[in-house]
Design a protein around this ligand. Structure first.
Ligand SMILES: Cc1cc2nc3c(=O)[nH]c(=O)nc-3n(C[C@H](O)[C@H](O)[C@H](O)COP(=O)(O)OP(=O)(O)OC[C@H]3O[C@@H](n4cnc5c(N)ncnc54)[C@H](O)[C@@H]3O)c2cc1C
Length: 486
């Protein structure tokens, strides 16, 4: 594999002089009107040059910063050697979804946040490199299937096909267990498919990763709502599953509890994004648009996280004339990744920070026309350590809109918990699980991902899936059951 990059025999002094490689992006004016991916990926030269920046530390910190323990130093070294398929295989030892995590992980607070280069220079672009090798592997059609242990004769059911369920399914299958994943929706992938938009994570990539798992032998059953179609007890007593992992995520949207939330044109971000991602609203007019027609309309999204950013950028791409993001704290405090906020602004999204809605007002036909907002100022630090936003008296103003999307986070859907006797929950309705073993209060039932932690990240959910798989394997082999979740 030939590259035009400098040779690998560089001193550290030479390595730190190499600038961090820039991720090529689709031009903002063009991309604001399409759903194609924004980030275009590094070239072979770019990836090899970036890989040469790695100091190959004796005690690397980056691996500890990755919730699934990807062997960063090793896979980066394989890139330097031009062995991109070897690099992909090295990542797959710990991460079954590299093309996905290379795109959506908040590397700046994880592996890259721990990179020693980052103490004085820009950290190594680990996410860019992970994405590069995963895409290279896919482009060759040579995705290597991991080795499988001989069949154990044990059956495991996984409820939910998000990153937690998928990574557990991969590990358990490799361990020789027979795995079935039950998914309520008609597509596999959880938030990766129904939440994160095409322009950040093309669905084809998720489908290809799922196909790899199918080829490994994972059985996927869609349109099965556990707790309605069949209960967990029935899976264990009538269908012969030896263990169950609940990985149902935290998909129940939170609302604001203010006047007018019932109006037509007020959506939760989950509903809005699901309708676009799973029901092809982004292909209007080829498909009937199952969401409000955003073309030439005024749109507001409330929230400051990744979900809010995804919703407002989606509305923009559906043709909105103005797209506002309303957030009650300052821009610096937004939980969304800095890259998403930067991209949103480049695309013309207007940020209304230190602003909070107090009511939605509608016309006599019941459609929203106005978001009544109040300006906020920063007060004393609150429980999160951030300065609490406080309304400024008499500062209300009206923003004319045709549609508003509420993106204020999510909580646990109670269905599985309410239909499974003996399954203990926390005060907030999440499933109580032993933090080390992910065992619940019910023998043979494990839980992991957002349904235990509340809304978190793809890689943390994957880490939980791996932990649950190891714990399930241990239980199936030993038959011993102890859990602190009782
Ligand atoms: C819009 C959006 C953008 C995000 N962007 C990022 C990002 O850029 N980077 C990042 O790291 N994280 C991001 N996150 C967070 C991340 O996606 C989640 O933390 C992660 O997906 C949680 O994984 P999970 O497997 O626990 O649950 P989920 O991904 O929520 O999957 C749970 C699955 O279980 C299914 N299910 C639920 N109940 C049942 C039932 N009773 N029977 C059968 N199936 C059921 C659901 O349909 C769903 O498919 C984002 C979240 C959202 C909503």
């Amino acid at each position: 594999m030939s590259t035009n990059s400098p040779g690998p025999h560089l001193s550290n002094k030479e390595r730190v002089k190499i600038p961090r490689q820039h991720m090529p992006e689709q031009d903002a004016d063009r991309r604001r009107a399409n759903f194609e991916e924004v980030n275009q990926g590094l070239t072979v030269l770019g990836a090899t040059t970036e890989a040469l920046r790695c100091l190959q530390c004796t005690s690397p910190k980056c691996m500890a910063g990755c919730p699934v323990g990807v062997k960063v130093k090793d896979f980066v070294d394989l890139i330097v050697q031009g062995d991109y398929l070897g690099a992909a295989a090295k990542i797959r030892e710990d991460n079954i979804l590299p093309a996905i995590t290379g795109r959506v992980c908040p590397q700046e607070t994880q592996c890259e946040g721990c990179c020693i280069l980052g103490n004085k220079f820009e950290p190594l672009g680990i996410g860019y490199l992970e994405r590069f090798v995963a895409d290279y592997e896919r482009s060759t059609g040579q995705v290597g299937l991991p080795e499988k242990a001989p069949p154990t004769g044990k059956k495991v059911a996984i409820v939910g096909s998000g990153p937690a369920g998928l990574s557990a399914a991969g590990d358990l299958t490799r361990m020789g267990h027979t795995v079935t994943v039950f998914e309520a929706l008609h597509e596999i992938g959880g938030v990766l498919i129904y939440g994160i938009p095409e322009f950040r994570l093309p669905k084809e990539i998720v489908r290809q990763e799922v196909d790899v798992m199918r080829a490994m032998g994972v059985d996927f059953q869609t349109n099965v709502v556990i707790g309605k179609t069949v209960t967990i007890d029935e899976l264990m007593t009538e269908e012969g599953y030896d263990a169950v992992l609940v990985a149902t995520g935290a998909g129940l949207p939170k609302f604001m509890g203010i006047a007018g939330e019932h109006l037509n044109g007020v959506y939760s971000a989950n509903e809005f994004l699901t309708r676009v991602n799973l029901m092809r609203a982004n292909q209007f007019p080829d498909y009937d648009e199952p969401v409000f027609d955003c073309r030439d309309k005024q749109i507001a999204v409330i929230g400051g996280g990744n979900t809010a950013m995804d919703a407002v950028r989606t509305a923009c791409r559906l043709g909105a004339r103005t797209s506002h993001l309303i957030y009650r704290r300052t821009e610096a405090e937004m939980p969304a990744r800095a890259e998403e906020a930067k991209h949103a602004k480049q695309e013309g999204i207007e940020f209304l920070c230190l602003t909070n809605p107090v009511a939605f007002l509608g016309n006599k036909e019941g459609f929203i026309e106005t978001v009544r907002c109040i300006r906020m100022e920063q007060g004393e630090p609150d429980a999160s350590g951030r300065r609490a936003p406080i309304p400024i008296p008499n500062s209300e103003f009206d923003l004319a809109v045709h549609m508003a999307v509420i993106a204020l986070g999510t909580e646990a859907n109670p269905l599985v918990q309410s239909t499974t006797p003996d399954l203990k929950t926390t005060r907030k309705g999440y499933i109580a699980a032993d933090p080390e073993t992910l065992r619940t209060s019910k023998r043979g039932v494990f839980a992991g991902g957002d349904i235990v932690t509340g809304g978190a990240t793809v890689i943390l959910a994957m880490g939980a899936g791996r932990k649950a798989a190891a714990s399930i394997d241990e239980y199936l082999r030993s038959g011993q059951w102890e859990s602190t979740a009782n």
